[in-house]
Design a protein around this ligand. Structure first.
Ligand code: SF4
Length: 328
């Protein structure tokens, strides 16, 4: 699991709006390794979706603008690709699963035709082979009677089934990476569990690397190998999932974990993090979490904390050492 398939460095994304410039992503660095399951967690507005969508220029441009950074994928920099290069990568080598399936499904074309078109676009299969593969894919994502279902329009399917069709489209060309953006939030708990299980199984079978974006740390607990915690358009902590849960090193991660219900602790009180998320219209100065942080001191308001390794495989951006109880 060591080969790095995606290496993002110094990514900055802005949106120019009537109210001013939204500083959505402010210097994100991370690596994704072959076959790994990476959870990306943060509140809404933390920059997690914009980060991933920026990589394939899926943000509206304008008003969006990628102002800095690189994203190495194989021998190319995704951020330098032209329109044709992006079309080749999207849906071919990198598959996206969105929260709302209707974002990527065309309402007036039967789902079978949509899947076969994706296969024909990115592989040299014949029409008959693409059709056969589409049927196989629906079967793989757990849709009963796939032959009949291929003829359905999206509106003839339930939300859970549309989500599965989108997964089928995302994996149609055996991508090296699947990026899933809150794909189960709108679904009921049973369907959520089935979809998560399905993606996990596919990942095991196909060896695909998965990036799973969510606002819910509980969802990634049983899924991810590694987790990135995002706040204010930056990664504030990165660690293996077991390390993150047992020894979180950023006050924001601690706050998120404290707010999770614990089945093993009866009477455990839920704690919510006081204060408001940062105003992204302001140029970030110092640590964005400072107004909400009980450990904040002078330096936090003026100096942006660097992302440093504090243990093997665990990095944190914070001026305060929580283990020692003193500034670093
Ligand atoms: Fe809190 Fe300072 Fe650490 Fe930010 S850098 S999380 S304000 S202690």
């Amino acid at each position: 699991m060591d080969e790095v398939v995606l290496d993002v460095d110094g990514l900055h994304t802005r949106f120019r709006t009537q109210d001013g410039t939204v500083h959505a992503v402010n210097g994100v660095d991370f690596e994704l390794r072959a076959g790994e399951f990476l959870g990306v967690v943060g509140e809404s507005g933390s920059g997690k979706s914009v980060t991933m969508m920026s990589l394939l220029k899926l943000i509206p441009m304008p008003p969006g603008e990628i102002t800095d950074g690189t994203a190495r994928f194989g021998d190319m920099d995704l951020l330098q690709l032209d329109a044709q290069g992006l079309r080749d990568v999207r849906g071919g080598r990198i598959g996206f699963i969105f929260q709302d399936p209707m974002t990527s499904l065309n309402p007036v074309i039967p789902v079978g035709k949509q899947i076969t078109e994706a296969i024909l676009l990115h592989t040299d299969s014949s029409k008959a082979q693409a059709k056969e593969r589409a049927e196989e894919l629906l079967h793989l994502v757990g849709i009963p009677d796939p032959k009949q279902r291929l003829k359905n329009y999206p509106h003839e399917m339930s939300g859970g089934m549309r989500q599965r069709v989108m997964i089928a489209m995302a994996i149609a060309c055996s991508p090296e990476i699947i990026i899933a953006d809150e794909p189960t939030t709108a679904l009921d708990v049973t369907i959520q569990a089935q979809i998560i299980d399905q993606v996990r199984r596919l990942q095991d079978e196909l060896g695909t690397a998965v990036v799973w974006i969510t606002h819910d740390l509980a969802v990634v607990a049983g899924l991810a190998d590694r987790v990135l915690v995002m706040y204010g358009g930056r990664v504030v902590e990165e660690a293996r999932v077991d390390v993150l849960y047992s020894n979180p090193q950023h006050p924001y991660t601690r706050g998120l974990l404290a707010s999770l219900p614990r089945l093993d602790q009866q009477g455990h009180e839920l704690v919510s993090i006081d204060g408001q998320p940062p105003n992204m219209l302001r140029e970030p100065v110092g640590c964005s979490f400072a107004p909400r942080c009980e450990y904040a001191f002078d330096r936090c308001h003026t100096e942006t904390p660097q992302f440093v390794e504090v243990a093997i495989g665990q990095k944190v951006a914070c001026h305060f050492d929580l283990n020692k109880g003193e500034p670093r």
